[in-house]
Design a protein around this ligand. Structure first.
Ligand code: NAD
Length: 277
């Protein structure tokens, strides 16, 4: 598996398996399937209520813990420093893990500087190996890093062929924060799996539209965590490292950008202001 080197020197697989909306009742089976076909990076969150099942699959797989890269995400509005620390330890308890490879703030929660200070200290104490953010846009991202000693290793944001987020990708590049795509397959929307441009580009390489969409992101060093509960699709989504898109093919896919997310919002509308909740 190809890896990307994060700004703290850690290597992370550029492709992983995400479990948003995977029913907790089937999560363990799905993650065991994903591990059996080669996934080692797993993306869960407190909000998904399936952290424990992800971790139990890791244990049942028999693959050594240190071969995995496990991510979870904090979800608690306006926590204090102490509450944020306790919150992360709650994830570790649920998962019966000694450490997480990566913890993210799921979206701006308010008190983000206090959460970040807690994260930084949890790294020093050995509970977290890396820390990052998700759904942070220029205003909230820059407010966070202004007071931070540690720059986020990555920002997990919605990005896919229909919403390419070039300004955000450039901004993250300036700070040395990697971009991780959520919804790399546009959550199956906009007819992505039968899209004529993606299908035609794929046909030239013996690949599907889904594989072209993932390859397009990976070729820009964007980390992807596609989700499927079907083993054959898990295999298909991993099979994207034996071809590359030419400059012309990249340009053809770049032209699919709508500038809007799947809900129709332009990037600068995504402020997630917790004060309004
Ligand atoms: P996705 O873009 O991965 O699309 C998933 C959909 O595509 C599913 O319906 C699946 O059945 C289908 N699919 C997958 N592979 C396919 C294939 N090869 N052929 C045909 N259909 C296929 O959407 P997602 O799950 O929302 O995003 C991926 C991961 O990102 C999540 O599981 C989660 O871990 C993370 N995520 C994070 C946030 C956040 O706020 N940080 C938000 C959403 C998702």
């Amino acid at each position: 598996m190809e890896t990307i080197t994060l700004n703290n020197g850690m290597k992370m697989p550029i492709l992983g398996y995400g479990v948003y909306l995977v029913d907790p009742a089937v999560t363990e089976r799905c993650v065991l399937d994903a591990i059996s076909v080669g996934y080692r990076s797993l993306d869960t969150a407190q909000y998904y209520e399936n952290e424990a099942m992800v971790a139990s699959a890791v244990r049942k797989s028999g693959v050594p813990r240190d071969e995995f890269f496990i991510t979870s995400k904090l979800c608690q509005t306006h926590p204090s420093y102490a509450q944020a620390k306790e919150n992360v330890k709650g994830s570790l308890r649920r998962m019966k893990l000694d450490y997480l490879d990566l913890m993210l703030i799921h979206w701006p929660m308010g008190n983000d500087s206090d959460i970040w200070q807690a994260f930084e200290d949890l790294v020093k104490e050995g509970y977290l190996r890396a820390i990052g953010v998700s759904n942070f846009y220029p205003e909230t991202y820059e407010a966070l890093v202004k007071n931070a000693s540690v720059i986020p290793v990555l920002n997990q944001i919605e990005t896919h062929v229909f919403y390419q987020q070039r300004p955000m990708v450039a901004l993250m590049g300036k700070y040395g924060t990697a971009v991780e795509s959520w919804g790399p397959l546009a959550e199956g929307m906009n007819g992505i799996f039968t899209h004529p441009v993606l299908t035609e580009v794929g046909a030239a390489h013996g690949k599907t539209a889904a594989q072209v969409a993932l390859r397009f992101l990976i070729q820009q060093n964007i980390i992807v965590i596609p989700k499927s509960v079907h083993k054959e699709r898990m295999i298909q989504n991993m099979d994207v490292f034996d071809f590359s898109l030419s400059d012309d093919e990249m340009a053809a896919v770049r032209a699919l950008d709508t500038g809007h997310n799947l809900d129709g919002w332009p990037a600068d509308a995504l402020k997630y202001d917790p004060a309004q909740w």
